[in-house]
Design a protein around this ligand. Structure first.
Ligand SMILES: [Zn+2]
Length: 390
């Protein structure tokens, strides 16, 4: 009996709470039967029926607008851009929409268009929204993303220059600017306008002295007619990021092969060999051997700690391969070939932000769209990474 009494009291109290709480909150309750019916239609691809219900609901209750915005965003995340666009366009068709909600719906619609690759339409909306203070920064950032997608580098540069922030789209502003200059430089290169390409890569380097890409571009451009300067730019890259050392070494050796070993090129290789923090690079060893300097080659090997499992594994294989190689006539190609059989000297390019793998060096990751997150990895780097992860 006492339990029944308690139950009755609880029921009375909870109904009292339900009826006495502010009326506004009651109308905010979106979980009514009609709403679920609409949701069901939407999920079953019966958008027309769903929108009829949602529109009717919106007439009596503006709070469902927020839910629509969330739902549209969800569809966009799932890659169902057409549905997201329909939801947001439907919202915007409401004649009584408050300005703030209208702007919010417009912002979402612009993001839908951007995600769907409809850049013109997206650009138009973001341009308008960038006039509104609370949407300015994020609209400008989207506009920059659009110009990146459409490869309108000049427009991207102009826009970045108008924004006074240290970071844009989570990238350092000066790094981003330098990348855009490098993009333009690449275009000049494909058009065979090397002088213009050089000038703009230098501009990139001036904007961001740490721009590895600009150094690599300049090294490549100068390799045509000034090996010394080329080697200097390659060397600059290694000083900027030691993880590039094996990749750059292969470039420098290509250079050396082309010009019959100019002294600057050799000097650069020696400076890499003498650099304490750079791991063993088989090409350097082979190159020194090729120069018929057995003592120097041995000295290079002796700088590495053979107690390190990866060093031990790699160096003993390299030594075995070079013993099999035809050292007497200094045939580097033979040696490198036998080395390639063991380690497949190709480079893999891996994004350290999302793990995207590729056979070419992209400066903007095609998967996560971040800049300068991709690193060249030699087979040995990959062995070493695997070893560290264990
Ligand atoms: Zn990535």
């Amino acid at each position: 009996m006492i339990y029944i009494l308690i139950l009755i009291v609880v029921i009375i109290l909870s109904s009292a709470y339900f009826y006495l709480k502010p009326a506004k909150k009651v109308t905010k309750n979106i979980f009514n039967a009609e709403y679920y019916r609409g949701l069901n239609y939407l999920l079953n691809n019966e958008e027309d029926k769903a929108f009829k219900i949602f529109t009717a609901l919106m007439d009596v209750d503006s709070s469902t607008i927020e839910t629509h915005l969330a739902l549209g965003g969800l569809y966009r995340k799932r890659g169902e851009f057409d549905k997201a666009i329909l939801i947001h366009q439907n919202l915007l068709a409401r004649p009584t929409l408050e300005t703030e909600l209208k702007n919010q719906a417009l912002y979402e619609l612009a993001k839908d268009f951007y995600s769907a690759g409809l850049y013109d339409r997206s650009e138009r909306i973001f341009n308008n929204l960038s006039e509104i203070k609370s949407y300015k920064q994020s609209s400008l950032e989207y506009l920059i993303k659009i110009y990146e997608s459409t490869k309108e580098w000049e427009r991207a540069i102009d826009l970045v220059k108008t924004i006074d922030t240290k970071y844009i789209n989570n990238e350092k502003t000066n790094s981003l600017l330098a990348q855009y200059y490098c993009e333009i430089s690449s275009v000049y290169e494909t058009e065979n306008q090397i002088e213009k390409a050089i000038a703009i890569s230098k501009k990139a380097l001036k904007t961001n002295t740490g721009c590895i890409r600009a150094n690599l571009q300049l090294a490549k451009y100068y390799s045509q007619n000034d090996i010394g300067i080329s080697a200097q730019y390659y060397n600059a890259v290694i000083m900027q990021d030691k993880l590039f050392a094996p990749y750059i070494t292969s470039k420098i050796i290509q250079l050396a092969k082309r010009v019959d070993n100019s002294s600057t090129v050799i000097k650069t290789l020696v400076s890499i060999a003498e650099h304490k923090d750079i791991p063993f690079i088989p090409e350097i060893y082979y190159f020194i051997l090729y120069e018929k300097d057995d003592i120097a080659a041995k000295k290079y090997i002796n700088t590495f700690d053979m107690k390190d499992t990866v060093n031990n594994f790699v160096i003993s294989h390299v030594l075995a391969a070079s013993d099999n190689g035809d050292k007497t006539d200094g045939n580097l190609t033979n040696m490198v070939n036998s080395y390639e059989n063991i380690f497949a000297a190709n480079f893999h390019f891996i994004c350290n932000n999302c793990g995207y793998k590729s056979n070419e060096l992209n400066w903007k990751c095609p998967s996560c769209n971040r800049w300068e997150t991709i690193l060249p990895k030699s087979a040995i780097d990959i062995i070493r990474d695997g070893n560290i992860n264990e």
